[in-house]
Structure formats: structure tokens, C-alpha cells
Ligand binder design. Structure first.
Ligand SMILES: Cc1cc2nc3c(=O)[nH]c(=O)nc-3n(C[C@H](O)[C@H](O)[C@H](O)COP(=O)(O)OP(=O)(O)OC[C@H]3O[C@@H](n4cnc5c(N)ncnc54)[C@H](O)[C@@H]3O)c2cc1C
Length: 412
């Protein structure tokens, strides 16, 4: 009988584990994959390049605790100088399309009023064929990994107002995987141990593993991504309360495809981030890589369409769109590329969550404990830090604190 079993060795599960360890506990962490980190995963082909989480979002993000403890090097990355490109041509920084796109983005993220989707709000303000409309919607779809027809403008605004992590983004020059290593330090983590069933009652719970094996504990912390929970995995016996299941279904799971392309020289003019009207929606430069590298990013339903092209198809598409943009032979300079999608992977089934119209307080309901079951992960923050590494870390701390508080109330 363990004191606490944590399901999942992503940021939330590892942070929960560290909090319990600091309180003298020895939690058991069960991870389905053969690696730790979950949606943090770093490619090292040409220096660190991120397949999942890439930025620390904010100078006050909880992630900094592990970054500092590990002595990692970081560099600021600002999208203040975001540029836009259409038909292979980059708009001048003072082009009206740039300022009107920024204005629409600001309206959608400072909206107060009856619930309305971001797409409906922006469509009500400008004509659909206005390039600024298209750029703003694609920008928001990318950022939130969302279908903008579903994404709630009011909740998006509220979440952004609540967030206290700060506005500056940072790349971790040594790689995000070093944060994971730091978070995992000293913890009992068992890899390739997928939990198939969770049986529970008021006194505790037990888990059954895919392929056999079982463990029991007084407390369980579940950090399984919402995309996976929505498919009914793991199976809970008895089932989770109807309210909890409804909350899981009410949270939207977003999709992302990342395309990293490595080159032997830089053939593009200096830029930080470029939004295009091509199929690769956004490009940015990657400071942590050892060779000139561009990251292409497609979020929302478009990510699923792009993924259908397959890895070589997406790489060819990216090289062709870069050649068109920069008038250079991108293929000739290419050292290769890689795509990363999270929606097909059975242990994530999506990139990160967003808040659709009608979400209500589903995140708080998901986060609430049920008997010995505690819930953490990027979908559970109620302080606006959703869909981030720091939000996942904070949620792990919160779940661990719940376990500690519940234990201290019980007579020994
Ligand atoms: C493409 C992409 C880009 C992103 N960019 C950023 C960014 O720049 N900055 C940022 O802050 N955040 C970013 N994020 C979000 C961030 O990665 C996540 O919010 C965070 O890593 C989620 O941590 P988690 O612990 O909640 O979930 P996960 O990392 O998904 O961890 C859950 C773990 O549970 C395991 N698991 C699932 N089912 C079972 C089971 N049945 N049994 C055992 N284990 C199981 C999974 O394998 C996984 O390891 C990005 C995410 C993606 C996908």
C-alpha cells in the first residue's frame, strides 16, 4: 500500500511528486510512455529544439523554480515585432494590415459581453475577406490551438486577465527536457506502466496496469490529459460522478503541428515571428538550435489537415512556402526536418486545452477531488494559467497540497 500514486510523469505529475517528497512522502509515479516529460519533449539532432512545450510564458512563471535550480540558460523571445506576409510578400511593419490585425487581436482578448466565439466576434467587426480578419483568426487559432468558431472570447479575456505569470516569453537554451530532469530528481518513476483501471472508494484506490500488475494507495493524483480522459481511459470503478464527466467533456482539446526545419545557412531576413497566409501559419526562429532553424506552427483544426500530409509532405510544403516567402532555394539549404503532432498519440490525443463557449466552471469541477482521487494537469488551473507548463506545475503542487491536507486530517 503506497501513500500516493501519481498517474503521469509530465510537468504536473512530477511537480506533485516533488511537493510530496519535500513533505517526506515517497509517491509512486506511473508513466505510460517509455520516457518522462509528457508534452515536454526535446529533439537534439542539431542542438535542442522543442517538439512540445517551447517557451516559458512569463518572467514569473512557476517553471523558473526548476530552471534556476538546474542552472539553465534562457533567452527572451518577444513577439512584439510580429510581421505578416501574404502571397510571398512580407508587409512592412507600418502597413495598416499589421496594425489592424493587432487591433482585432486586442479586441478578441479584451472582450466583455455575452458569450460569443472569437470567430463570430471578429466576423461581426470586419469583412471575412479582409486580410486583417484572416490574420487575426489564424493568430488566435495558433496561439490557443483552438477552433475559433468554438473558442470563447469572454473566457479567453478572463483567463488572460487572471494570469499573473508575466508577458515575456523565453526559450530555454539548454532544452526544456532539462526542466523535466530537474523535476524528476529523486522520484520513484516507473516507465511503460500504463494505468488501465482505477478502482476507488472513500478509503483509497488501486490501479491495474495494461498487461497486468496492480498497485494500491491511500491517495491518487491523476494527471492524464483531458483528450485521453474524454475517451474513457483509464476506466474508473465506480465511474467518476456525472458532474465530473460532464466537465471533462466540456473542456475543448486543441491540436497543433510543429514543423522544425534545419538549414546550413540563414537565407531569411532577421525576424522573430512571421504570420503568413500560407498553410504553415506561423514561422519563428529558434535560438536554442546549433544551426539556423525555423519552427513552423499550425494550431486548431488546420493542424489536423496538415498532419494528413504526412511528415515528408509537411516538410516539402514548408520548404516550398519558405522559398516563396524569401525568394531563396530553401530546399538547397535544408539539413532536414521533423514534424511533431500530439493528436494521434494515445497518451495525449491533443496538444493543449482551450475554453469553448459554454465551458462554465468545468475546469474547477475537473480540478476538485473526489474521495481519494485528486486531479492535476494543464486543463485544471482556475487562475488563467491553462495550457502551459507553469500551469501544469502549479496544478501538481495544488493536488499534492490537497493530499497532504487530507492526510493531516486523518487520525494516524
Ligand atoms: C505543441 C505544443 C506546444 C506547446 N507549447 C508550450 C509552450 O511554449 N509553453 C508552455 O508553457 N506550454 C506549452 N505547451 C503546453 C505544455 O506542454 C503542457 O501544458 C504541459 O506540458 C502539460 O503537462 P501535464 O503534466 O498536464 O500533461 P502531460 O505532459 O501530457 O503529462 C501527462 C502524462 O500522463 C501520461 N499518461 C497518460 N495516460 C496515462 C495512463 N493511463 N497511465 C499512465 N500514464 C499516463 C502521459 O504519457 C504523460 O506523460 C505546449 C504543448 C504542445 C503539445
Amino acid at each position: 500500500m503506497h501513500d500516493t500514486i501519481i498517474i503521469g510523469a509530465g510537468a504536473a505529475g512530477l511537480a506533485a511528486g516533488q511537493r510530496l517528497r519535500a513533505a517526506g512522502r515517497t509517491p509512486l509515479i506511473l508513466e505510460a510512455r517509455d520516457r518522462i516529460g509528457g508534452r515536454i519533449h526535446t529533439d537534439h539532432t542539431h542542438g535542442p529544439v522543442e517538439l512540445g512545450a517551447e517557451f516559458i510564458h512569463g518572467e514569473r512563471a512557476a517553471t523558473w523554480e526548476a530552471v534556476r535550480a538546474a542552472g539553465l540558460r534562457t533567452v527572451g523571445w518577444s513577439d512584439d515585432r510580429r510581421r505578416f506576409a501574404s502571397g510571398g510578400e512580407i508587409y512592412a511593419a507600418d502597413d495598416p494590415v499589421t496594425s489592424r490585425t493587432a487591433a482585432l487581436f486586442a479586441i478578441a482578448t479584451s472582450y466583455r459581453g455575452p458569450e460569443i466565439s472569437v470567430a463570430a466576434l471578429i466576423d461581426s467587426l470586419v469583412a471575412l475577406d479582409d486580410p486583417a480578419c484572416r490574420f487575426a483568426l489564424r493568430w488566435l487559432a495558433n496561439l490557443e490551438a483552438a477552433d475559433t468558431q468554438l473558442l470563447s472570447a469572454a473566457v479567453l479575456t478572463h483567463e488572460r486577465e487572471l494570469a499573473t505569470s508575466g508577458d515575456t516569453n523565453f526559450h530555454i537554451l539548454d532544452g526544456y527536457d532539462r526542466v523535466v530532469v530537474q523535476l524528476a530528481d529523486g522520484l520513484d518513476i516507473r516507465l511503460s506502466q500504463a494505468v488501465e483501471r482505477v478502482a476507488w472508494d472513500e478509503a483509497g484506490g488501486s490501479v491495474t496496469l495494461v498487461g497486468g500488475g496492480a498497485h494500491a494507495a491511500r491517495h491518487l493524483i491523476i494527471t492524464v490529459p483531458v483528450g485521453v480522459l474524454q475517451t474513457g481511459r483509464p476506466i474508473f470503478t465506480p465511474p467518476l460522478p456525472a458532474k465530473k464527466r460532464a466537465a471533462i467533456d466540456a473542456i475543448a482539446v486543441g491540436h497543433v503541428i510543429k514543423l522544425m526545419l534545419w538549414f546550413d545557412h540563414q537565407f531569411w531576413p532577421d525576424f522573430v515571428v512571421l504570420s503568413t497566409d500560407g498553410r504553415i501559419v506561423t514561422w519563428w526562429t529558434v535560438a536554442s538550435a546549433a544551426t539556423p532553424t525555423l519552427m513552423g506552427y499550425v494550431g486548431g483544426p488546420a493542424a489536423l489537415e496538415i498532419a494528413a500530409l504526412g511528415e515528408q509532405g509537411v516538410i516539402s510544403l514548408g520548404l516550398s512556402e519558405l522559398s516563396q516567402l524569401f525568394g531563396a532555394d530553401a530546399a538547397a539549404a535544408s539539413l532536414g526536418g521533423r514534424i511533431s503532432g500530439w493528436s494521434e498519440n494515445p497518451w495525449s490525443l491533443g496538444a493543449y486545452t482551450y475554453s469553448p463557449v459554454g465551458i462554465g466552471n468545468a475546469r474547477a469541477i475537473l480540478a476538485a477531488p473526489v474521495g481519494p482521487l485528486h486531479f492535476a494537469g494543464e486543463a485544471t488551473p482556475t487562475n488563467g494559467h491553462i495550457a502551459t507548463v507553469h500551469g501544469a506545475i502549479e496544478s501538481g503542487w495544488r493536488a499534492a497540497d490537497e493530499v497532504l491536507a487530507a492526510t493531516s486530517r486523518k487520525p494516524i
